[in-house]
Write a protein that binds this ligand. Sequence first.
Ligand code: HEM
Length: 510
Amino acid sequence: MDVFPSWLLSTPFILFSISFILLIHLLRRSRSPMASTTFHLPPAPPTLPLIGNIHQLLTKNLHQTIWQLAQKYGPVMLIHTGFKPYLVISSSEMAREVLKTHQEIISTRPSNEGSKRLSYNLSDITFAPYGHHWRKMRKVFLTQLLGPKRVGWFNQVLKMETDSMIKILSSNHVNAPVNLNDLFLTLVYGVVFKFAFGKTYRGEPLFNGVTLKEMLDESTVVLLGSITDMFPSYRWILDKLCGWNDRLDKCFANVDGFFEMIINEHLQTVGETNEDEKDFVHALIELSQKDSEFTKDHTKALLLDVLIGGTETTFVTIVWVMSEIVRNPRVMQKLQTEIRSCVGRKTEIDASDISKMTYLKMVIKESLRLHPPAPLLFPRDCSSHCQIGGYDVFPGSCVVINGWGIGRDPRHWKECPNEFYPERFENMEVDFLGNHFEMVPFGAGRRSCPGMKSATSTLELSLAKLLYWFDWEVAGGVKNEDLDMEEKGLFVAHKKSPLLLVPIKHKWEN
Ligand code: HEM
């Protein structure tokens, strides 16, 4: 992800601009009244002028780097990127203070030009400031997309798409490797798009010839923001210099064009579609017809939440959990025994079978502990002064919770914290529903993930089918135990190399 294009920091012109900015900043700071006041500030690694700690953070795995720093500076640590202060939280106790004790004042998301633009001026759920509008949008999302009325349709879509995945695998040549990244991406897009938008848009070039994946990848980059967000007062000049504005315009035009197309298709059918066949877009169109405050931009902003919130996170999780299962043949065998004995010789796996699969649930939990797809969750901003762990925190500080590190903290995960051992949950209360802070893959508190239930249903049924019908080997003669597990990605932790496996149809003993 080229959030920091290499030429950006090396261009002499930019270095000149930075020196100029530094000079102005130092002059401003010397006149600031804050300079003479003392507070109990959190420990902080030493900073360099202007760039703060950026030089320490430009690494392959940001969450691993800040976890290492936290071992030295503690569970509440202050770091700076440019002029922006970040409070880094690295223990379950401090995560509880942020996500529960102080949730009233640490529930707004930081924004940048990219997130403002793509979320229709912060009118979605994910980026909306905490308050009345956010509450209303979240309620619409929870009732119209994920509410009880939609469960039946969701289950139908999930069944269709997981069946289609098994069909693709069954038609695979004997002993030929399959790229499971491609397969899982098709599955997740299929489930989310068909469920929310009524069709999969599979294989269709969307707008300006851009594919769905290209559009989503570019949107993720744009939402994260550019290096210029670290120097907000000088963004106007830096954005122009690095071409960020043009990139943003182009990305927005593609996303908006796609949403416009979806809405127009639905406008043509909304009147003649049966109540039980209406999808999320139909529901939003009807809402906008009844409620004049609910605009077309609000509809599009919620479609963005489905696209961004619902796809990459689920896709990344299913790749990680399948990788861990295959890398641990003992776990794979135990899981297959459970799944095959719960289902028997039926051809369908249903919800009542899944409810009996206790080991499957532990396997998913263990994978989310070790590989939360958003290892730093979604950042939040502090809106007024408070104290965390006894340290002063000021409005405008961005709060980042290192969920990856917390999930591996040896103080809580005493038995081999870095190892995949699902049995650890046999005698342990901890879950990921937001009640325990020792693992927070879906966040916690008011801004926790609203898609948790649908994501876990997708994971459970997909894995149950994959392991019921097939045995699995790593492609290329690599031993299962030697599967590469390296991570990549700045804010979403992907498995670096694609998951290439050989599916072997299971032979039942009579
Ligand atoms: C394994 C799958 C998923 C994971 C691990 C995940 C994780 C997360 C996390 C960590 C947050 C931030 C929570 C916080 O700040 O406390 C979040 C927020 C969110 N997620 Fe998910 N998510 C997943 C699937 C989904 C799905 C399937 C949807 C939608 C259908 C979704 C929609 C959202 C939305 C809209 C938000 C913003 C909530 C707000 O700001 O109020 N997510 N998710």
